[in-house]
Design a protein around this ligand. Structure first.
Ligand code: DOR
Ligand code: ZN
Length: 354
């Protein structure tokens, strides 16, 4: 591996890391999955697969079947490993979750507050309803992945994450301090501060897009549906706090792209879907961010070390090399007749996966 004098694999022309993982991915299913999966598998060794299918993945059998469909759809020769998750509902059976954890079919369980986001209608209407499941997860060491937004319509959409921390997350952590939690797609300085100050049982993923855009991007010269995701991008001060957290190298922050493809026609609509298709240039985008902030030496911790450590899995043995060469992000990815527009579609990024 090429190494500079400080020994972490950065040279003038290239950057070599342990192979990274993506700790938050929406792969969908069927033809959409077949079209988007290669973009994730080409850069990441493993990924945490979100369970918000229709119907959601709530049983061991459904998770195994979904895992098999993913493995079947992989490009030939790929050794990508999908790590499956369970979708928590008001009526989820604690025994099913516990057994799925012990059998290592479920690597985590996801809390969607009901109606918080895409395919969350079956989500949890009140966290009190799943207390038994959460206690069981704490016993099993199964991480809880949270979509951290309240759904109270009287709360301003830009405040929903901060209010969730205050109303739901902090009390939960006081009730069940042993529960291990990943605060998914953190978007605020409030989340960064809370997680930094809290004990070792909570960490957070950060997406490439929340490191690059602030909420102005949603309205730049007109309404920009491809910049819309949930939690929605916030003010610049929040983006800067996220960049500081990601590039700090601190073990509590790690890579999760939240790549969430939707057909272009469903985004460019009167009621456009939430979700940014970040996979096509995810690692390249993170590399650009870390370079801009003079922190390329911290990229390996964020992308390849901190996530496995939190999930209590070994880091990957393989390596990936990024070269300084222009990569053009595809303008559109085709799924049959349907198009899906990537984040930074058509733009050029100065890093390329070798
Ligand atoms: O923007 C989002 N899209 N946020 C989510 O939480 C879900 C995701 C999706 O599944 O499309
Ligand atoms: Zn997501």
């Amino acid at each position: 591996m090429p190494q500079n004098s400080r020994g972490y694999g950065v040279t003038e022309e290239s950057l070599t890391l342990r192979r990274p993982d993506d700790w938050h991915v929406h792969l969908r299913d069927g033809a959409m999955m077949a079209a988007v999966l290669p973009y994730t598998a080409r850069q990441f060794a493993r990924a945490i697969i979100m369970p918000n299918l229709v119907p959601p993945v709530t049983t061991i059998a459904a998770a195994k079947a979904y895992r098999d469909r993913i493995l079947k759809a992989l490009p030939a020769g790929s050794d990508f490993e999908p790590l499956m998750t369970c979708y928590l509902t008001d009526h989820i059976d604690p025994d099913e979750v516990g057994r799925g954890a012990r059998e290592k079919v479920f690597r985590a369980a996801k809390l969607y507050p009901s109606h918080a986001t895409t395919n969350s209608a079956h989500g949890v209407s009140d966290i009190a309803k799943i207390e038994k499941v959460l206690e069981r997860m704490a016993d099993e060491g199964l991480p809880l992945l949270v979509h951290g937004e309240v759904t109270d319509p009287s709360v301003d959409i830009f405040d929903r994450e901060a209010v969730f921390i205050e109303r739901v997350l902090a009390p939960l952590m006081r009730r069940i301090p042993e529960l291990r939690i990943v605060f998914e797609h953190a978007t605020t300085k409030d989340a960064v501060q809370f997680i930094t100050d809290a004990g070792p049982n909570i960490a957070a993923t950060i997406t490439p897009h929340h490191l690059v855009i602030n909420r102005n991007a949603l309205f730049q010269g007109g309404l920009r549906p491809h910049m819309y995701c949930l939690p929605v991008a916030k003010r610049e001060a929040h983006r800067l706090a996220l960049r500081q957290a990601a590039t700090s190298g601190k073990p509590k922050f790690f890579l999760g792209t939240d790549t969430a493809p939707h057909p272009t026609k469903d985004k460019e609509s009167d009621c456009g879907c939430a979700g940014i298709f970040a996979a096509p240039a995810a690692l390249e985008t993170y590399a650009r961010v870390f370079e801009e902030d003079g922190a390329l030496d911290k990229l390996e911790a964020f992308a390849s070390l901190n996530g496995p450590a939190f999930y209590r899995l070994p880091a990957n043995e393989g390596r990936i090399t990024l070269r300084r060469a222009p990569t053009k992000v595809p303008a559109l990815v085709n799924v049959g007749e349907i198009g899906v527009q990537p984040f930074l579609a058509g733009e050029t990024i100065g890093w390329q996966i070798a």
